[in-house]
Write a protein of this length. Structure first.
Lengths: 328, 824
């Protein structure tokens, strides 16, 4: 099988591409900067921006399936920036699929497309909400996910996977930032830190996407659906952060910020930060609400429909993280 | 003719009603005209199922049935009409009861209903439904009635509120000119009607002219026998005794209009009738609570042709407890010693006291079948009064102070006692606090002054039969609101036999009962009974010295005590406890007993075998285990309660792991809790014998050796996505971690995706999320089960009586809030 994987510069999609290569699939990696697969006989790297329709169409040529994960993430950037990459980029993928008669598309989404600030407790993956979202990122991903799911027809099977708080060795997004702040004594916990949240060890997030690719056929159980993927072991925010700090050998001594204060501060920072800085801000409204309220999901449907189950428990994941920090 | 058919789609949606249910129909009437009816008509998916016809009362309309329409099993078609001049039906001139009954027939005919009809009705809808049912008994399969009536109960007056509303001068003002009656009804006492429900109830009656029907309904209530409808209603009431189909009463006990007296009146009118009294709801019970389960169970029960009450197989000779005391009346031994009062009675003295009290109760009007609340504190007199009640066939209602004042009040009110007996203080409180407003009050001191009857055979009152009801006992309420449990004389006698057999009790034995219920069995077992000096409502007040003293007084060979009492005995033990050393058997009942307590007791009573029976107020004993057995068996998956006692059968529900038991000494059922009893007492066939079983509410398993292991309460089972997880085995494992004193495993989140949370009491007595070390220890010991969070608390919520049954439902609720991210 020949698969186009986009966004392979990220830990997750790079891992997905690597796993496909390892098991013998032929992979086309579409990414902006060179990554690890150049030179491998089964892997070809295409360096391009996802918003470049011609480059996308060219890369998709001859592929049987697409795993589309290229996206602009975080909060830095204008609404236009997020729209161009996340919405137009996805439309380019859909156009390429049509052009080359590609019948399977796995869309890498985010739980935030359905997160409107309320607690989610043992929840189902809700419909992507447009016009209610708290960030350009979530809004643009919601528009893109809807476009993908709406593109489902008798020639194209689609599925959206929303991995929940992916972490693991080498992860700079979550673990890296928490550990760095803890080491500098700048770690803040928003709210009580007692909200239960789902998280996903990187290897499980990777295997879920592979499982989605394998389970996806026109008319199969997962065709046209969106799933939240996680380890199925929600823990409190404090508990997760403490385990990450312990793995890195840094003290877990956070300051506490009330949820209301977190949301207010986040709103202020969202407005001024992009003007002042180009790096990611310490807190946003979205992050404040994500970490201040419970959000964990019913994993039965995804495990049933994708014939998938997480194979690394959180405890095993934290052991691997500890070993990784010890050797880095 | 006023045609009311505005567009109501938006309103109906707001009221939680599917607009497609709403329709109007022109019905040719028995009065010659054609009237337009409005009805809510929910189609059913099963064409062969009965049709449920819902009749509202005054001043409501078909919205009254909104919950039933939404919640009842989809099999059934549900038809809820608005009576003429009511709700959205046509306004017609004044209609009397007779016409309203005929109206129902007109409607049934026009709808061309051929399936059997179940009438579900409330308030005056009940009277109309009963009228229809006696006129067309072939069409009606059964009735579920809620807070209604057909006649003013004997010795009572019409409901005050109806009398007020109907009073000349204010009737029109209250019911029509103002919306007081319409708006006021939802504010009657009960568990609360929401703002939306109130708006919906008043919706068709917003304008003055819409309220004619409301006023006419009140005027049609026959408050005097001269009323034009009085004879028609009396005729219907008369015919109810001919009704053979099942009638189930679902009663809100807070209703000041159709109160418990009306339920009782209906209970005496039908042949096949049962009552479920809901402690916390009122007049609009059908809207305050979900009545769908009642309607479904009533229909199902009827379809199964299940007998209302199966007799428990009699394995004994049909003896009664009270008659046993005559067997030893000539022996001059001590019958009962009360250490607190420093008095004792010989056997002839005790028999004479029972006989005297029995005659005195009879002389004060207590009759066979009368219920009598026994508020006598534990003492020789308590035992004498209970035996006296049994002798004359009075039903002793026993609810101890362990329930708390509120629990005691609701228990006594629920059991509708005709008499209250106790010392001055208790009966005065009962009267003052309106526990039993209509009961006769009998003072204990008055009984004691009656002329002495020396033997039971001289009592002039008739004797009850073995299958008459003997007692209503209230469960401790540790695991839910107190429920009355009914026992017949035969069942109590079988219980005596079971205890005698389980503990090899012979006439050579004597015993000290530091656990109140067992003291009652002493005379019936024919053995001397000692009452220790303690506050029985607070078992931990039993000291080693007090227990030793009680043992000395009767030369005890056996001690029956609760675990908390024994724990305190161990704590207060000194060297001077010589009389405990000769005891041959110690039995500890009421709650699980820690093995450490048993071991400590065995040091104080070296000759004693230590036993703990397993059972509940509804069936006791079920199983029994000794300390030596426990030591031999060791740890396992749950708490080992031993092998079932001889004569008791045990089985495990294959779907839920719930423990079901059956024994000749099983109680008759629950009191005024028909649905609870229906659910708790399945009929199962074993060896081609249909037998009544009791659902214990405990989950567990039976091991290869035949020992029963309890893994927790069914309601406390954690439903994870990997399957159900019972809490107790987890807790036992966690309690082995050093510094952990007590643990509770609870679930948070929705059914079947629940996460496991462990909350522990520790020796350090911190509060909040557990530290990394304890969290890791708990996770490691319970692996591979994922544990979402570990918490430390100073005090887990436990029952007052035994200080041991953890209220996991409360723990789960609290943890759900915390782990949702809300502030502590």
């Amino acid at each position: 099988m020949k698969v186009l994987v986009t966004g392979t510069g990220s830990l997750l999609l790079g891992g997905v591409a690597g796993e496909l290569v390892r098991r013998g699939d032929e992979v086309v990696c579409l990414q902006r900067r060179p990554a690890a697969f150049d030179g491998h006989e089964n892997a070809r790297e295409v360096l391009a921006d996802i918003s470049d329709a011609d480059a996308v169409a060219l890369a998709a040529q001859g592929c049987d399936a697409i795993i589309h994960g290229a996206a602009r993430v975080g909060v830095v950037g204008s609404q236009r920036d997020f729209h161009d990459t996340n919405v137009l980029g996805t439309e380019n993928i859909l156009a390429a699929a049509r052009q080359h008669n590609i019948s399977r598309l796995v869309f890498v989404s985010t739980p935030s497309v359905a997160h409107t600030g309320e607690s989610l407790i043992g929840a189902q993956a809700g419909t992507a909400e447009i016009g209610r979202s708290r960030s350009y990122y979530a809004e643009s991903k919601a528009v893109a996910e809807r476009a993908v799911l709406n593109a489902r027809n008798e020639h194209l099977a689609v599925v959206a996977i929303r991995p929940h708080l992916v972490w693991g060795p080498g992860d700079t997004q979550l673990v890296g930032r928490i550990v760095e702040r803890a080491a500098n004594g700048k770690l803040a916990v928003i709210g009580t830190g007692n909200a239960l949240v789902d998280s996903t060890y990187i290897d499980n997030a990777i295997s879920a996407h592979i499982a989605a690719l394998d389970a996806l056929h026109i008319g199969s159980d997962c065709d046209g659906k969106a799933y939240v993927v996680s380890n199925g072991e929600p823990r409190t925010v404090n508990d997760l952060m403490r385990s990450m700090c312990e793995a890195a050998g840094v003290p877990f001594e956070p300051r506490h910020l009330s949820l209301a204060m977190g949301v207010r501060l986040g709103a202020l920072i969202e407005r001024v930060w992009p003007i002042l800085r180009s790096s990611e801000p310490p807190v946003t409204r979205f992050i404040a609400e994500q970490l201040g309220t419970a959000h964990w999901f019913d994993q039965r449907a995804v495990q049933q429909d994708l014939q998938w189950a997480p194979h690394v428990t959180l405890n095993e994941g934290f052991e691997r993280l500890t070993q990784w920090f010890a050797s880095h | 003719m006023v045609n009311i058919q505005p567009s109501l789609v938006a309103e109906f949606a707001t009221f939680g009603l599917d607009p497609s249910w709403s329709r109007t129909i022109d019905v040719p009437s028995h009065d010659g005209a054609t009237h337009q009816w409005h009805l809510l008509d929910r189609p059913g998916t099963n064409k062969d199922a009965p049709v449920v016809l819902c009749l509202h009362g005054n001043p409501t309309w078909s919205f009254l049935w909104s919950r039933l329409l939404n919640e009842l099993n989809a099999d059934f078609r549900v038809i809820a009409p608005d009576h003429l001049s009511m709700g959205l039906s046509e306004r017609v001139p004044t209609r009397a009861y007779r016409d309203r009954v005929a109206d129902v027939n007109d409607l049934v005919t026009a709808l061309n209903i051929t399936a059997p009809i179940w009438i579900v009705a409330q308030d005056w809808g009940g009277a109309i439904g009963m009228g229809y049912a006696v006129a067309h008994p072939d069409r009606v399969a059964g009735m579920v009635l809620s807070n209604t009536g057909i006649a003013i109960p004997h010795n009572r007056r019409a409901p005050l509120l109806i009398r007020l509303a109907a009073a000349t001068g204010i009737h029109r003002l209250v019911t029509k000119e103002s919306s007081l009656f319409v708006r006021g009804t939802p504010f009657l006492p009960g568990s609360g009607i929401s703002t939306m429900q109130r708006t919906a109830l008043a919706f068709p009656y917003r304008r003055r002219k819409d309220r004619n029907g409301v006023a006419d309904f009140v005027a049609d209530a026959p408050l005097t026998s001269r009323h034009s409808s009085a004879q028609d209603i009396a005729d219907v009431a008369e015919k109810l005794s001919n009704v053979t189909f099942p009638v189930r009463l679902v009663w809100g006990s807070h209703d000041p209009v159709f109160n418990d007296d009306f339920a009782h009146d209906l209970m005496n009118r039908f042949q096949n009738v049962a009552l479920h009294r809901i402690a916390n709801s009122g007049h609009l019970t059908v809207l305050e609570t979900s009545i769908a389960p009642f309607v479904e169970a009533a229909i199902r029960e009827n379809a199964e042709a299940r007998p209302l009450q199966q007799p428990v197989t009699a394995l004994n000779d049909g003896g009664t407890l009270w008659s046993q005391i005559d067997h030893w009346v000539n022996e001059d031994d001590i019958a009962i010693t009360d250490a607190a009062a420093d008095t004792s009675v010989t056997r002839p003295e005790f028999a004479a006291r029972v006989a005297t009290y029995a005659q005195a109760l009879h002389d004060r009007g207590v009759r066979t079948g009368d219920r009598i609340a026994v508020l006598v504190p534990p003492s020789i007199d308590l035992i004498a009064v209970v035996y006296a009640c049994w002798r004359i066939g009075a039903i002793a209602v026993i609810a101890d102070r362990g329930l708390g004042l509120r629990g005691l009040k609701s228990a006594i009110r629920a059991s509708r006692v005709k008499h209250v007996i106790g010392p001055m203080k208790a009966v005065a409180a009962a009267r003052l606090l309106r526990w039993a407003p209509h009961a006769s009050i009998i003072r204990l001191s008055g009984l004691a002054r009656s002329s002495v009857i020396s033997r039971l055979e001289f009592v002039s009152a008739p004797e009850p039969t073995a299958d008459d009801l003997a007692a209503v006992l209230f469960t401790s309420g540790a695991t839910g609101p107190a429920k009355g449990v009914r026992y017949t004389h035969r069942q109590l006698y079988a219980q005596r036999d079971a205890l005698q057999k389980a503990y090899d009790i012979t006439s050579a034995d004597t015993f000290v009962a530091a656990f109140a219920p067992f003291a009652l069995y002493g005379p019936a077992l024919g053995i001397a009974t000692g009452l220790a000096d303690m506050d029985v409502t607070s078992p931990s007040t039993l000291t080693a010295a007090a227990l030793d003293d009680a043992c000395r007084r009767v030369g005890a060979t056996m001690v029956f005590a609760s675990p908390a009492a024994l724990a305190n005995v161990v704590k207060t033990a000194s060297t001077d406890i010589a009389h405990l050393r000769t005891v041959r058997l110690v039995m500890s009942a009421g709650a699980p007993v820690p093995i450490q307590t048993l071991q400590a007791v065995s040091l104080l009573c070296p000759k004693a075998e230590l036993h703990t029976p397993y059972g509940m107020t509804e069936v006791l004993p079920v199983a029994n285990v000794s300390l030596s057995d426990l030591t031999r068996i060791g740890n396992g998956h749950g708490v080992c309660v031993g092998k079932p006692v001889s004569g008791c059968s045990v089985r495990i529900d294959p779907d839920t792991s719930e423990l079901l038991v059956s024994a000749p000494w099983m109680s008759a059922g629950y009191d005024s809790l028909w649905l609870t009893e229906h659910n708790a007492r399945p009929v199962l066939t074993t060896d081609s014998h249909p037998t009544v079983w009791h659902r214990t509410g405990d989950v567990g398993h039976v091991d290869a050796e035949g020992n029963v292991w309890i893994e927790g309460r069914l309601v406390h089972v954690i439903h994870t996505s990997r399957g159900p997880v019972a809490p107790v085995p987890l807790e036992i494992i966690v309690e082995a971690i050093s510094n952990v004193v007590r643990a509770a495993a609870v679930g948070v989140g929705p059914m079947n995706v629940q996460q496991i949370v462990v909350v522990v009491e520790t020796t350090t007595r911190n509060e909040g999320p557990a530290d990394a070390v304890l969290t890791q220890a708990v996770r490691a010991t319970l692996a591979p089960l994922p544990i979402a969070s570990v918490w430390v608390t100073k005090n887990l919520p436990v029952d007052i009586r035994h200080n041991s049954k953890i209220d996991r439902t409360a723990v789960s609720k609290q943890m759900s809030q915390i782990l949702a991210g809300s502030k502590k």
